[in-house]
Ligand binder design. Structure first.
Ligand code: FE
Ligand code: FE
Ligand code: ZN
Length: 259
C-alpha cells in the first residue's frame, strides 16, 4: 500500500480494515506490519486513514446488524493498534426509520462500548450526504453523537467534500462560512481528515455519487481551495473518485499545484 501510494505521488492513503461489504478480517501477519512501518518511514507517510466496512451500521433496527457493528468495530480498533496513532474513519450509520434521535442514541451506545481508554487510534465520524436515513449529514448531528461519548478525546471528524455538498453545505461559494459553522458546532480541532471528491449532483441533493476531480458540480477550483485552505493545513486528503492509479496520480498533481 505504501509503495503504491508513493508511486503515484501520495504521502497518505486510505485502506479498508476488512472487506468493505462486510465479513471477517484477514489475520494480521506481524512481518507485514514491520514492512509497512519501514515503507511508511522511507516514503514520509506519517498518517493513514483506515475506513471501516460499509455494512457496519451501529443504529440498525436489527439486533444482529448492531451486533456485527459492535464486533467489527471492536476488532478493527484492536487491529488499528498494530499501527498506533492513526485514524480510523467510519460512517455513523442509518437509522432506518427509527428517527435521528434514536439513531444518535444507538451510535453513541456502540461507540461507548468499543472505544476504550488507552487506545491510540482516533476514530473519525464521516460527514454524510444524507442519503436515505443516514445520520451525520449535519454538523449538529455529529456534535450530538460526540457529546454523548465517554472517550470523546479519541474521536474526530472526516469531512467528505462530496458528502457535505450533497448534504447542503455550499463549499463552492461559501467555504469560509461552512468552516466557521463547523468550528462553532463541532470545533475545527476535531477535523482530522478530508475526503476529496467531486460530486455528480447539486448542493443539497442528498445523493452521494462521487465524480472525478473537476468533472462534477464542485469543480477543480473549489476543491483546490479546500485542499489549500489555511485552516485545513496538514490534514490528510484522501481521494475517493472513480479512477485507476494513473487517474489518481493525475488528480494528486492537479490538486497539489497552486493554479
Ligand atoms: Fe466513507
Ligand atoms: Fe468519503
Ligand atoms: Zn460517498
Amino acid at each position: 500500500m505504501a509503495e503504491t501510494a508513493h508511486s503515484i505521488g501520495a504521502n497518505t492513503f486510505a485502506f479498508f480494515t476488512r472487506n468493505p461489504r462486510g465479513g471477517k478480517a484477514k489475520d494480521i501477519d506481524p512481518c507485514d506490519i514491520e514492512t509497512f512501518h519501514e515503507a511508511c518511514k522511507r516514503y514520509g507517510i506519517d498518517t493513514v486513514v483506515a475506513h471501516g466496512s460499509y455494512t457496519v451500521n451501529p443504529c440498525s433496527a436489527k439486533p444482529q446488524v448492531r451486533e456485527f457493528a459492535f464486533q467489527a468495530l471492536e476488532q478493527d480498533l484492536e487491529r488499528m493498534e498494530y499501527t498506533p496513532h492513526q485514524l480510523f474513519n467510519m460512517h455513523p450509520g442509518s437509522h432506518v426509520g427509527q428517527g435521528v434521535d434514536k439513531g444518535i442514541e444507538l451510535i453513541a451506545e456502540v461507540l461507548n462500548t468499543v472505544l476504550k481508554p488507552g487506545q491510540t487510534t482516533t476514530l473519525l465520524l464521516e460527514t454524510m450526504a444524507g442519503k436515505g436515513s443516514e445520520v451525520g449529514s449535519s454538523f449538529e448531528e455529529l456534535a450530538r453523537i460526540i457529546e454523548r461519548l465517554d472517550c470523546a478525546d479519541q474521536v474526530g471528524v472526516c469531512l467528505d467534500t462530496c458528502h457535505v455538498w450533497d448534504a447542503g453545505y455550499d463549499i463552492v461559494n461559501h467555504l469560509d462560512e461552512v468552516l466557521d459553522e463547523f468550528d462553532r458546532i463541532i470545533g475545527l480541532s476535531r477535523l482530522r481528515a478530508l475526503h476529496i471528491n467531486d460530486s455528480l449532483n447539486d448542493c443539497g441533493s442528498h445523493k452521494d455519487r462521487h465524480a472525478r476531480i473537476g468533472e462534477g458540480s464542485l469543480g477543480l477550483e473549489a476543491l483546490r481551495r479546500v485542499v489549500h485552505h489555511p485552516a485545513l493545513h496538514g490534514l490528510p486528503c484522501i481521494l475517493e473518485t472513480p479512477n485507476d492509479l494513473d487517474g489518481y496520480a493525475a488528480e494528486i498533481a492537479l490538486l497539489r499545484s497552486d493554479a
